[in-house]
Design a protein around this ligand. Structure first.
Ligand code: 2AM
Length: 183
């Protein structure tokens, strides 16, 4: 089973993100129901390991928090653009939650990720967009800001790939504790 841990997004924010889904020739945009913030990609995991991961994730105690999406960006390998995404405004509680999830996954016996966590919402995996179009897209959406939204839980998703778009299914959600009081 192909698994990943992610934050789902409220419907109003997914609608706001739809406004960013256009303007790159040939791009196939992630359908609104699939938009998410990946916290940890687990890849193919067998049933027993999935149970260990589930138990380990269920033991996490971390406070809820508020997030806002901000701006757009891209990841590239060399000169190849791999991903165009919406950014996430800096929030220490998100990094904290990511770190707890990473520890939980390793405690469950999976290998460490070792990658720096750059929170984002993937909008498209474009196919060689013309550079001027990409620059125009990035500059044009630089000022994008979503409404703020509350993060009250995180979710273990399974992913079925191979079709037109991947099918993500929420396998289990894990509640965060009540938001820490402002200091
Ligand atoms: P991203 O889009 O947030 O970058 C579900 O497939 C999610 O897992 C994707 O949205 C992607 O996160 C992440 N993912 C998929 N394949 C991956 C891989 N080979 N390595 C790392 N992350 C991957």
């Amino acid at each position: 089973m192909r698994l990943f841990v992610a934050l789902s997004l409220p419907e109003n924010v997914r609608w706001q993100l739809r406004l960013l889904c256009g303007g790159l020739p040939g791009a196939r945009w992630v359908p609104p129901e699939n938009l998410h913030i990946t916290l940890r990609f687990l890849g193919e995991v067998d049933g027993r390991d999935a149970e260990y991961v589930d138990a380990s994730l269920a033991s996490i105690r971390a406070p809820g928090f508020q997030l806002k999406l901000a701006g757009v960006g891209h990841f590239a390998s060399g000169s190849r653009v791999r991903t165009v995404w919406a950014g996430v405004e800096k929030e220490p509680a998100l990094q904290h939650l990511h770190d707890k999830i990473e520890s939980a996954v390793v405690r469950a016996g999976l290998p460490p990720d070792g990658q720096k966590f750059t929170p984002h919402v993937t909008l498209t995996w474009p196919k060689d967009p013309p550079v001027p179009k990409l620059q125009q897209y990035l500059a044009g959406h630089n000022l994008f800001r979503s409404d703020p939204f509350e993060i009250t839980h995180f979710t273990l998703f399974s992913s079925l790939t191979g079709g037109e778009a991947s099918v993500y299914r929420a396998e289990r959600s894990y509640a965060l504790t009540a938001k820490a009081p402002a200091t």
